[in-house]
Design a binder for this molecule. Structure first.
Ligand code: ADP
Length: 254
């Protein structure tokens, strides 16, 4: 078991690409139910950090603990199975499938892949019904229940982004990693998304969010860390971060 209250702990993670130190000794924690913002200039290492946490990249040194258990040497599928889900900047829905099915299939495929024995038709039917019921709940929680039977390809951009988030939440993660969730959303959509993410976090979901949009992130995150050249240069509340001279120089003032 991890330190009380801590879901994810990143300890002194280093990752090089050739001569480039993409992550140069990064440490931070995410508490249960916390929304932590990750900011920094382009190339500062934010995406690399997410890729290390999810097992896409392996850290050169350092560790990543989830609930006190080391995950940094595990395969990405195993890490996903232990409760970390992620959305990407690009949208990746099956256009010709209904929204509900796009969400349900994420859960169904995940459950099925976690089981090695041959599964009978009954299992498939029951798993698919469970997945659909869960998808109905998630679409409702994200305020897009009315799109359930619509073809995903025809949706407005802001709705597609929410469907992507629903697909990640369908895996019932304890930690959700979001990469610029507000990109391309109008102001009303941003406010709505922030509200809904807060509701999930109040129920215990932890969220680590990369975001350049400060008006979106400041009221959403309880805490923010700022990376620059692979180093954490600041960590604090949104108000502390906004006033931090290092952050202003490296990032906000640019
Ligand atoms: P950010 O997400 O903050 O924009 P990244 O984590 O994408 O930053 O990149 C950090 C640095 O690592 C950049 O200089 C980038 O070019 C480099 N980098 C990222 N991934 C790779 C890779 N697979 N191979 C080589 N260099 C990479």
């Amino acid at each position: 078991v991890g330190q009380a209250g801590t879901l994810l702990e990143v300890q002194d993670v280093r990752k090089r690409f050739g001569g480039l130190k993409a992550l140069d000794g990064v440490s931070f924690k995410v508490a249960y139910g916390e929304i932590l913002g990750l900011i920094g200039p382009n190339g500062s290492g934010k995406t690399t950090m997410l890729n290390v946490i999810t097992g896409i990249y392996r850290a050169d040194t350092g560790s990543v603990l989830l609930n006190g258990e080391a995950i940094h040497e595990k395969a990405s599928f195993t890490i996903a199975g232990s409760g970390i889900a992620r959305t990407f900047q690009n949208i990746n829905l099956v256009d010709d499938m209904a929204v509900l099915d796009n969400v349900a299939v994420a859960r169904y495929g995940f459950e099925k892949a976690g089981l090695s024995q041959a599964l009978g038709a009954d299992w498939h039917e029951a798993a698919w019904q469970r997945a659909r019921a869960n998808a109905v709940y998630l679409l409702d929680a994200l305020g897009i229940a009315h799109t359930a039977s619509a073809r995903a390809g025809g949706l407005a951009y802001g709705i597609k982004r929410k469907v992507e988030i629903a697909r990640a939440l369908a895996l019932e993660p304890s930690l959700l990693l979001l990469d610029e969730p507000a990109a391309g959303l109008n102001e009303d959509e941003q406010i709505d998304l922030a509200d809904r993410l807060r509701t999930f976090s109040r129920k215990g979901l932890s969220i680590l969010v990369i975001e350049h949009n400060m008006p979106f992130l400041m009221p959403l995150a309880q805490r923010i860390i700022c990376l620059d050249h692979g180093v954490v240069i600041a960590e604090g509340t949104p108000a502390e971060i906004r006033a931090n001279p290092l952050v202003i120089e490296a990032y906000l003032g640019a």
